[in-house]
Design a protein around this ligand. Structure first.
Ligand code: ZN
Length: 366
């Protein structure tokens, strides 16, 4: 009997130590907890402002009709951002309120609005005329481009429940009109390819998919290749319209392919919003890319958080080594500065934007 109790006791003790071992960080640590402090000592350049004035062509300010624009301009000044492009202009009356606020505050030269369209109502009998009318109105009140959201061409459906492809022929006159207006069309299509891949230990965006499970995409719906292919077809079928593929068209992790894509589509430019960590992990390849495609890349950031621009400036302008990105779920790796030559930086920061977005005041950049 006593022997039996001893046995049970020994067994429990073993279990307890086994459990302890699981939380003993000298033996194991989870991927999410692992946060080694780098001991590397190298020069660090924390840039709070760009060395050259710049245009951010990819920004979102949903409440621009009522927000305090003086505050926004003060923040822009502190970053050396001369012009911000608010892609969330919405169109119609909402855009009118935004433009009124911009004009009354006297910031016509600093704040540009792109408009948006609604494609979900594509089945309405007067859809096309109403949409074209809205765009004409938006142009009259000051819109300078059109932004297409990723939901348009990925999740928006018509009345029959079919996904509305962004190259749907019924939408074609809209992109022709943008071309006539000399409006660039900034389009976010698809998403990082890893969102379509199995959410397992081999997925480079494993952490992002864990923290943001709604970003997982299923192939059954439409594959990455299908959605991107439809956007590429749109570019090809509207050669007189200038497009800006957001987030480098999700080719920032394959710059050779991105180069081929740009060679193949002379009416398309790209912007670097949310893919700076891709560039920062391949400084030599990125430099070769910027050397060759210096006329085709625009500066964009996407979500507007003033404190995050510093990381963009550091990647683009410095030769710093082995420094972190600010969102671990985008990049668990460290980055290296590209140290871009000044003539290339000038094109990326504003000269290409002056060419693509019509009516910008070039005197702001002298
Ligand atoms: Zn965006």
């Amino acid at each position: 009997m006593r022997f039996y109790f001893l046995l049970v006791f020994a067994f429990l003790l073993l279990q307890l130590t086994a459990q302890r071992k699981e939380v003993d960080s000298t033996l194991t640590v989870s991927f999410e907890e692992y946060d080694p402090q780098s001991s590397l000592v190298v020069p660090e350049n924390h840039l709070t402002a760009a060395s050259i004035p710049f245009v951010d062509v990819h920004s979102h300010h949903w409440r621009m009709g009522t927000q305090d624009l003086d505050k926004l301009i003060r923040e822009m000044d502190s970053l050396n951002m001369k012009v911000v492009v608010n892609l969330s202009g919405r169109g119609g009356q909402a855009l009118k309120e935004m433009m009124d606020n911009i004009n009354e505050s006297g910031y016509q030269d600093r704040i540009v609005c792109f408009t948006n369209i609604n494609i979900r109502s594509i089945d309405d009998p007067d859809y096309l005329e109403a949409t074209l009318d809205q765009l004409r109105f938006d142009k009259r009140i000051g819109a300078r481009g059109l932004k297409i959201y990723k939901s348009q061409g990925m999740t928006n459906t018509d009345k029959a429940g079919n996904r509305i492809k962004i190259n749907d022929p019924r939408l074609s006159p809209i992109f022709d009109l943008a071309g006539e207006f000399d409006w660039p069309v900034l389009i976010h299509y698809a998403d990082p390819k890893q969102f379509w891949e199995p959410h397992d230990e081999n997925n480079e965006r494993w952490l992002e998919l864990k923290l943001r499970p709604n970003r997982k995409r299923e192939n059954e719906y439409a594959s990455w290749e299908t959605i991107a292919g439809e956007a590429h077809d749109l570019f090809k079928s509207h050669p007189n319209t200038t497009f800006i593929a957001a987030h480098m068209g999700w080719y920032a992790n394959d710059l050779v392919k991105l180069g081929e894509f740009l060679d193949d589509n002379p009416n398309v430019n790209v912007e670097i919003g949310a893919v700076i960590a891709e560039l920062g992990r391949q400084p030599r390849a990125a430099n070769r890319f910027f050397e060759k495609y210096q006329d085709r890349v625009l500066f964009g950031k996407d979500s507007y958080r003033p404190e995050e621009y510093a990381t963009y400036f550091r990647v683009l302008e410095t030769a710093d080594e082995y420094f972190p990105y600010y969102k671990r779920y985008h990049a668990f790796w460290r980055m290296y500065g590209l140290d871009l030559p000044k003539p290339i930086l000038e094109k990326l920061y504003y000269k290409n934007a002056l060419r693509v977005v019509k009516g910008l005041d070039k005197d702001l950049f002298e």
